[in-house]
Write a protein that binds this ligand. Sequence first.
Ligand SMILES: [Zn+2]
Ligand SMILES: [Zn+2]
Length: 313
Amino acid sequence: MERKPLLGLKPQTYEHPLDRKTLDSLQKTGGLETLVRKVNEWGLERMLQVQLSGSHLKATEDSFPELAGLLREAAHNIDLPTLPDLYVAAQGGLNAFTAGVKRPIIVISSEAVDCLTPDELLFVIGHEVGHIKSGHVLYYQIAEYLPVIGEILGGVTLGLGELAGAGLQVALLNWKRMSEFSADRAGLLACQDANPALTVMMKAAGLPRSRYDSANTEDFIAQARSFESLDADALNWIARRLSVMGQTHPWTVLRAQQMLAWIDDGSYEQVLSASHEGARPMLGSAFCVSCGFKLGASDTFCAGCGARLRAGS
Ligand SMILES: [Zn+2]
Ligand SMILES: [Zn+2]
């Protein structure tokens, strides 16, 4: 199918409002700056770089031409200027994740490569490209590795009371969950077809492999649409409590519901048909105000500290 590259697309154009809202409260949570600084000093980024690139197969144009092509297409369609590295991991499950703020690495499970169609993989890779585009990776990898980080750095080194640490963990997990809604929108904008997006979610929700050929998205759409419609506050309320309980279920049906709602209210079509060129954020200064890191003209987030850059900031 013919897909339209959305040149100049800004993440703010399509991000889910709950992503922004929970990010705001995360950034207001005491201790975040200290945690980020400690994690950077400890070298999480470097450790992940070595661990991931030293453990998994790198998908190059030669070794995995189809995957490399899908990555190029996803990055082109939603306008991510620098291509991340892509690795395939010997993992079961339909998993993909991204690590690395300065040099992002997308890792996709071998089972996902085997079990998903090219269009579905384009959605999955587009979802990960979306995490990079939105500057999610810094907080995302801290949230992901927080239990380990906490143990290694210890409460004393962190200089945070146990309670502050727990509050920070809840805020991180809550935001991480909401960030998935934005990444799903990015995935949809990359593959520009709701069908593969929905079949990926069905497969992740538990569709048995024996049913892959006869997957019926209509039933899944009906289930997603009939799922209790929760307003932003109710969703936030539940997510917060689930995060407190340490629950990290993927919420696949809810993600489908949120994506369908975005399509149904015309927002998806609007982003797809709009012209985004010339809409790149103008930066008031070439250095990050938070950490002093030198910024590129098209950066939407600081690669030094992960801070989002807004026009004139
Ligand atoms: Zn994600
Ligand atoms: Zn910075």
